[in-house]
Design a binder for this molecule. Structure first.
Ligand SMILES: CC(C)(COP(=O)(O)OP(=O)(O)OC[C@H]1O[C@@H](n2cnc3c(N)ncnc32)[C@H](O)[C@@H]1OP(=O)(O)O)[C@@H](O)C(=O)NCCC(=O)NCCS
Length: 182
């Protein structure tokens, strides 16, 4: 169980984080979950129908009720409430895990590293949290760079660690990054 309540309104310099809503499903399907460039290295198959995205949002809500994971929408602070990405905060036996992605138009402006740097700091400020970690496919150079730029440390290669079904049905080698409270 996650040792803190779901955050409802966090802000970085340019971005805001809020719980994902059922009404986000259409935007998420149009700009995020249906896009193979975004889903390539992620652990779910690219969506072909909006109902798959609606189911993902419902599942995220169930996980939040159980405090197993919090799925947050990333939005631009000064623009609309429309999601430009997702951030997942998950529980694990040895710390808090994070996963993240941005819509294609959100790439290349430093938003990825901004949100990851912010959330690792925020999580490590929660009294019971000592470790925040994330992994990525070993070929996901953008994710490696984001976690590095956000101040997370490379801890090693995880052989055959995760299935990224848009690439292969076999578990793939991944890279592990973490920040800890010293
Ligand atoms: C990973 C992702 C969030 C990066 O977000 P972003 O906002 O474009 O990244 P930033 O602008 O913060 O860039 C941070 C660094 O990564 C580099 N970078 C960004 N995209 C890159 C790419 N496709 N290939 C290589 N480097 C890349 C930037 O040049 C920058 O490098 P620097 O620190 O040397 O200046 C985005 O590519 C994405 O949503 N990908 C699909 C989902 C995904 O794979 N998520 C990660 C799952 S573990």
């Amino acid at each position: 169980m996650l040792p803190f309540v779901r955050p409802s309104g966090l802000e970085t310099a340019r971005l805001a984080l809020r719980p994902v809503k059922h009404t986000d499903a259409a935007d998420l399907f149009a700009d995020y979950t249906s896009n193979l460039d975004i889903a390539r290295y992620l652990p779910w198959r690219r969506h072909h129908t909006q109902s798959e995205t609606e189911a993902m949002v419902r599942y995220g809500e169930d996980l939040a009720i159980n405090r197993s994971a919090y799925l947050l929408a990333i939005t631009l602070r000064t623009k609309t409430d429309k999601p430009i990405g997702l951030l997942n905060i998950g529980n694990s036996e040895h710390g808090i895990s994070i996963g993240f992605g941005l819509t294609r138009r959100g790439w290349g402006s430093g938003y990825g590293s901004e949100v990851v740097a912010y959330i690792t700091g925020w999580l490590l400020d929660q009294p019971p949290v000592w470790r925040v970690w994330g992994y990525c496919d070993e070929e996901n150079e953008a994710s490696v760079k984001v976690m590095t730029r956000a101040g997370m440390h490379f801890e090693g290669k995880l052989r055959r660690f995760a299935i990224h079904p848009n690439l292969s049905p076999e578990p793939r080698n991944c890279k592990l990054f973490a920040s800890v409270r010293e």
